[in-house]
Design a protein around this ligand. Structure first.
Ligand code: 13P
Ligand code: SF4
Length: 303
C-alpha cells in the first residue's frame, strides 16, 4: 500500500517532467489501469497514440501495441514497461509467410489484425482490430481477403461478409483455451447470467454468446444491458472496468485460465522505471514503419 502510494506520486512527478501520457489496455493489471490517462481496447489506444501532443507515450500492453503507437506517432518517444511482454498470436505469422500466401492468391487484399509485427503490417493492405474487422473487410474492393493471423476472428468476420476469407492459422493462446464445455458449466451454474465473448474465442464459444465484441464493445454491452449478471468470455483484466462501470452487477469469468500472462508481465514499478530511465524504447526502422503506417492509417480512416 505505502509502496504503491510512493510509486504513484513518483509517477505523477515524472509524467509532468517528461510530458508523458500513459495508455493502458483493459487487460493490464489494476494498478496500471488506475494510473492510466486512457484505458482502452487496441483500436482506441491506437487512435489516442495517433492524436496525442505529449512528447512521450508509455504504452502498457504488449509489444505490437507499443510498436503500432510508434508507427502512428513516429516523432514521439514510445516507452514500454517490459520488452518481454509479447503476443504469441502476433508471433504466429511473419512477413515471408504472408508474402507466400499473397503469391498464391494474387487477387486477394490482405487484412491483418493489429496483433502482428511491424514487418507483417508492412506487407498488408489494411489493418483491423476486433472492433472494426467486419467494417474493414467490407470496405475493400476485392472478392477475396487474406486474413491474418487470427483464424477465430476471421471465421467470425466470415459470417458478416460475402467475400471469400482465406484464413491464416493463428489464434490467441488465452481466448482459444476457453471451451464450450467451460461455458456450458458456467451457464448451468448461473442460469440468469448473459454470456459475452470476444471474437478471439473459438467459433462454437462465440456462437453460444448473447453478445460478441471487442473489449470496449463488451464493456459497453454489460454497462447498458438490463441484466445483473454476466459470464465474461475475455481476459480477466476487463474486470477492473466492468466493476467500475457497474459496481452493483456481478461478473463471472468463464474460466480461470482467461489470463494473458504477457499482459501481466507489466506492473506499476516497471512503468515508473521506464519513465525514469526512458527505457525500453520502441524503435521501428523507417522503411518498415512507412509501409506499416499506410496499413494502420487506412484502418483509422474506415468509418
Ligand atoms: P481488443 O483490444 O481489440 O479487444 O483485442 C483484444 C486483445 O487480445 C488484445 O491483445
Ligand atoms: Fe495476444 Fe491473446 Fe494476450 Fe491479446 S490476450 S496479447 S491476443 S495472447
Amino acid at each position: 500500500e505505502e509502496q504503491n502510494r510512493e510509486l504513484k506520486e513518483r509517477l505523477m512527478q515524472l509524467k509532468k517532467e517528461r510530458n508523458a501520457i500513459i495508455l493502458a489496455h483493459y487487460y493490464q493489471r489494476d494498478e496500471i489501469q488506475e494510473v492510466a490517462d486512457f484505458r482502452g481496447d487496441s483500436f482506441l489506444l491506437a487512435q489516442k497514440a495517433a492524436q496525442t501532443d505529449a512528447d512521450v507515450i508509455v504504452f502498457c500492453g504488449v509489444h505490437f501495441m507499443g510498436e503500432s503507437a510508434k508507427i502512428l506517432a513516429p516523432d514521439k518517444t514510445v516507452l514500454i514497461p517490459d520488452e518481454r511482454a509479447g503476443c504469441p498470436m502476433a508471433d504466429m505469422v511473419n512477413a515471408e509467410g504472408l508474402l507466400d500466401l499473397k503469391r498464391k492468391h494474387p487477387k486477394a487484399k490482405v487484412v491483418t489484425y493489429i496483433n502482428s509485427s511491424a514487418e507483417v503490417k508492412a506487407v498488408t493492405d489494411i489493418c483491423c482490430t476486433s472492433s472494426n474487422a467486419v467494417k474493414v473487410v467490407n470496405s475493400l474492393d476485392a472478392d477475396e481477403i487474406i486474413f491474418a493471423p487470427d483464424k477465430n476472428l476471421g471465421r467470425y468476420v466470415q459470417q458478416f461478409t460475402d467475400k471469400k476469407m482465406i484464413l491464416w492459422e493463428g489464434y490467441c493462446n488465452t481466448h482459444d483455451l476457453l471451451t464450450l464445455k467451460d461455458v456450458e458449466e458456467m451457464k448451468a451454474k448461473y442460469p440468469n447470467a448473459q454470456f459475452v465473448a470476444h471474437p478471439e474465442c473459438r467459433p462454437e464459444v462465440a456462437a453460444a454468446a448473447d453478445f460478441v465484441g471487442s473489449t470496449t464493445a463488451i464493456l459497453k454491452y454489460c454497462r447498458e444491458t438490463d441484466c445483473d449478471e454476466f459470464i465474461i468470455g475475455t481476459e480477466d483484466g476487463t474486470g477492473y472496468q466492468l466493476r467500475k462501470d457497474s459496481p452493483h452487477k456481478k461478473f463471472y469469468f468463464a474460466s480461470k485460465y482467461l489470463v494473458c500472462p504477457n499482459m501481466k508481465v507489466n506492473n506499476l514499478k516497471k512503468v515508473v522505471r521506464a519513465l525514469e530511465t526512458m527505457q525500453p524504447q520502441i524503435y521501428v526502422p523507417p522503411v518498415i514503419a512507412d509501409k506499416a503506417r499506410q496499413a494502420l492509417e487506412r484502418m483509422l480512416q474506415v468509418q
